[in-house]
Design a protein around this ligand. Structure first.
Ligand code: NA7
Length: 539
């Protein structure tokens, strides 16, 4: 079956791209591995799963009627509410007729001669398209469980990213949670509320801030909706895709009392970036960052009653904010419950999963269920999981053996007529994904219109433009504290993955401006060709 565009993934990126392209008169087909829309929100159904960008911001802005009509019920929407929204979007724009569910893409191969992508699914179906877009998300391939013996366990095992659709009842069960990133931090308080005993196995403690989640009342919603257009525009030109004042003051140039007040306001505000953005240098200067990290550790000590447990929960080995902070609802408080135990894997490493439970260097603990909250092969995992072959059979996996190389996180030299949405080298996970998704979709759609208007059949990022962009992405990251952390931003959570800062930290607004300038300059850094030239050069 031939289409103008094949899109992989029916999360928010794939859905909006499908809508945008169809409206512009292209034929497009979405291929989706799951049985429903929603991407991340389709798969991650663990208890407590919630977006930690506020619902009024984590939503589409492309249709004013949609944003006026849809009612979010809470400051931070739960996974079921976001999934309802995704389904509403699919119904509202009649998207399902062009989405093929249960279709996992296995291979994509560019045919230079015919200027066509051949895409093959795991069940053997073949599709062709002039353009191929990976809308596969940044956190969609769970990291392999790298713990010996996981298959031996006789009880139930769960991964937060593949949670059973019917839910899990932990009542009366002895439960282990392995990991203390966002998925664990969100689920632990709810699992603890059901389980008879909960043991949390922690390798690296996270910094977590209280979400201060609450229902949204209609006056508040009314006020937001009255100014939604201005609010959205401010988000598009902000640092992280959420409107927020820019503070340039150094944390080191104010008094200790002023710092304390600013951090307390950030803590009370219940947002991911509020505290981080209270001073201009928290992600740039270690001494400045230490003041924020000290504040966070004091908070943990004030909440957790047992001093030894509190100390184990205090992060020390990476600057605050350089591993993604978590937003929680009574996470630290959960460790005050008598049936909740914290195991420090730094002191007693996890040696294996046994038939009965989990063995650490000092002892074995028996469980009825183990929850793996062990994270993802972030940003590149979903892209290299498909065998993507560009010019001369070049495999994307080989090209990226030393780390991803892209131009703007949108195009890749050697892979003509292929785009990535929120790909490595773009703000992506360093931003409100909705803002970045919309920006990429709009940019790609405008690029296809430009090609159609100018008789171009083929587009490819040049190696020079790609090299310059990769250098810029690294330079900007190297000026920050991010490279100090063994984070998934750095690929450091997956054994053997090259250590490279994966997203772009230059800011959503400046990045948008750069992309717009590239487009205005006739897509500077990209090369175009017409079908006749393509056939000549390939032949
Ligand atoms: P994360 O944030 O990558 O967290 C994974 C956690 O699992 C983290 O604490 C890891 O410790 C731990 N982990 C991973 N492998 C192991 C092994 N083998 N043994 C012990 N502990 C392990 O993933 P999440 O799903 O929580 O969140 C991902 C993002 O989703 C989040 O940042 C938000 O953007 C939404 P480590 O740090 O590697 O020592």
């Amino acid at each position: 079956m031939h289409h103008d565009v094949i899109i992989v993934g029916a999360g928010f990126a794939g859905m909006y791209l499908l809508h945008k392209l169809r409206t512009a008169g292209y034929t497009a087909q979405v291929l989706e591995a799951g049985d429903g829309v929603g991407g991340t929100w389709y798969w991650n159904r663990y208890p407590g799963a919630r977006c930690d960008v506020q619902s009024i911001d984590y939503s589409f802005s492309f249709d004013p009627a949609l944003e006026q009509q849809w009612q979010w019920s809470e400051k931070y929407a739960t996974q079921p509410e976001i999934l309802r929204y995704a389904n509403h979007v699919a119904d509202r724009y009649d998207l399902r007729r062009d989405i093929r569910f249960g279709t996992r893409v296995k291979q994509a191969r560019f045919d230079e001669q015919r200027n066509v992508w051949h895409i093959e699914s795991a069940n053997g179906e073949v599709f062709t398209a002039q353009f191929y877009v990976m809308a596969t998300g940044c956190l969609s391939v769970p990291k392999d469980i790298d713990i010996a013996g996981a298959e031996r366990f006789c009880g139930q095992t769960y991964h937060t990213a593949h949670w059973p659709h019917e839910g899990v009842d932990f009542s009366g069960k002895r439960v282990a949670v392995i990991g203390t990133g966002s998925s664990a931090v969100q689920s632990i308080p709810l699992i603890a509320a059901e389980a008879s005993q909960l043991t949390v196995f922690q390798r690296t403690p996270a910094f977590s801030l209280p979400a201060a989640n609450r229902p949204l009342d209609r006056y508040e919603i009314g006020a937001i909706k009255a100014n939604y257009r201005e609010h959205r525009e401010a988000a598009r030109h902000s640092a992280f895709g959420v409107p927020m004042p820019i503070v340039t003051t150094s944390a080191l140039e104010v008094s200790a009392e002023q710092r304390q007040r600013a951090y307390q306001a950030g803590w009370d505000g219940g947002t991911l970036n509020g505290m981080l953005q209270s001073f201009g240098d928290l992600l740039l200067n270690q001494a400045a960052n230490d003041t924020a990290a000290d504040f966070m550790r004091d908070k943990i000590r004030a909440i957790v009653r047992d001093p030894a447990t509190a100390e184990t929960l205090c992060p020390y080995d990476f600057p605050f904010g350089t591993k993604r902070p978590c937003l929680d609802t009574r996470y630290y408080e959960t460790f005050n419950l008598p049936h909740v135990e914290l195991v420090d894997l730094r002191k007693t490493p996890l040696t294996e999963i046994s038939a009965a439970g989990v063995r650490t260097s000092d002892r074995e603990r028996a469980f009825d269920a183990i929850v793996f909250a062990t994270g993802f092969d972030a940003m590149t995992g979903a892209l290299v999981n498909v065998d993507i072959r560009g010019v001369d059979g070049l495999a994307l996996k080989e090209k990226w053996a030393d780390g991803p190389r892209t131009y703007l996180g949108l195009g890749i030299a050697g892979f003509p007529n292929m785009f990535t949405i929120t790909g490595p080298g773009s703000p992506s996970v360093m931003s409100n994904m909705m803002v970045s998704i919309e920006q990429h979709v709009d940019w790609i759609a405008a690029c296809l219109d430009f090609m159609r208007a100018h008789g171009h059949d083929r587009i490819e990022a040049s190696s020079d433009a790609e090299a310059a962009w990769v250098e810029h992405v690294n330079q900007v990251a190297d000026a920050t504290l991010f490279p100090k952390a063994n984070s998934w931003y750095m690929g450091a959570n997956v054994p053997g993955k090259p250590r490279v800062f994966l997203p772009y930290i230059g800011g959503v607004g400046p990045y948008r401006q750069k992309c717009d300038e590239v487009a205005q300059a006739g897509y500077a850094g990209f090369r175009f060709a017409a079908a006749a030239e393509v056939a000549r050069s390939a032949g």
